[in-house]
Ligand binder design. Structure first.
Ligand SMILES: N[C@@H](CCC(=O)N[C@@H](CS)C(=O)NCC(=O)O)C(=O)O
Length: 204
């Protein structure tokens, strides 16, 4: 399968999950002009124009972070990236995934819009601070990852969007558990490999 990505964008979460679940990673970088590194017109691959887009071996293209992450988890249940369907644990993980998508990712995403005023940017920062309070509380019992002992889809997703905080002047210093969590996730070999492959980290 082939991942269409932009370095450091939300597609990094899919990239991490491909590596965490032992998939062969084939990447094609999408430029601002919507041309891909391999010379394709990205809009013909994903008419929505955004990443991640995951092209399956049968040619079909999957989009939308939460769907793509769940697809990868379900493909390799042994990787324990998500609990089985039909369980309450799965519902709770999906609940968290949608919280990250609609309450955290989307709030950061809007701040990349150059027409957003400074007042609106500050309102987004304030909203994110409220959203991170819940994450800080979740980590308060000492669990290493959002759902407990196992690294899961939601960890790849939250880690990816939280990486944007410094660049957008979102102050996370009030959330020491979130900051320690970021470092813990960043230290995972699959995460380091994904960051290196996207040119975001120099190889050791
Ligand atoms: N609803 C989509 C949103 C994905 C999204 O926001 N992608 C951003 C990068 S994080 C993107 O490709 N932006 C470029 C653009 O919209 O032109 C999802 O959850 O997958």
């Amino acid at each position: 399968m082939k991942l269409y990505y932009m370095p450091g964008a939300c597609s990094l979460a899919t990239h991490i999950l491909m590596r965490e679940s032992g998939q062969t990673v084939e990447l094609d970088k999408v430029g601002r002009d919507k041309k891909t590194e391999s010379g394709a017109n990205f809009l013909e691959i994903n008419p929505k124009g955004y990443v991640p887009a995951l092209q399956l071996d049968d040619g079909e293209v999957l989009t939308e972070n939460v769907v793509v992450h769940n697809y990868l988890a379900d493909l390799k249940p042994g990787s324990k990236l998500a609990p089985p369907h039909g369980t309450k644990a799965r519902l709770r993980q999906d609940e968290l995934a949608l919280y990250i998508s609609t309450e955290i990712h989307k709030t950061y995403g809007a701040m990349f819009n150059p027409v957003m005023s400074d007042e609106m940017k500050q309102a987004s920062r304030d909203r994110l601070a409220v959203r991170y309070e819940l994450i800080e509380k979740l980590l308060a019992d000492g669990r290493p990852y959002l759902t407990g002992e196992n690294f899961a889809t939601v960890d790849a997703y939250l880690f990816t969007v939280t990486r944007w905080a410094p660049g957008l002047k979102v102050d996370l210093s009030k959330f020491p558990k979130v900051m320690a969590y970021q470092e813990r996730v960043a230290a995972r070999p699959a995460v380091k490999a994904a960051l290196e492959a996207e040119g975001l980290l120099k190889a050791a």
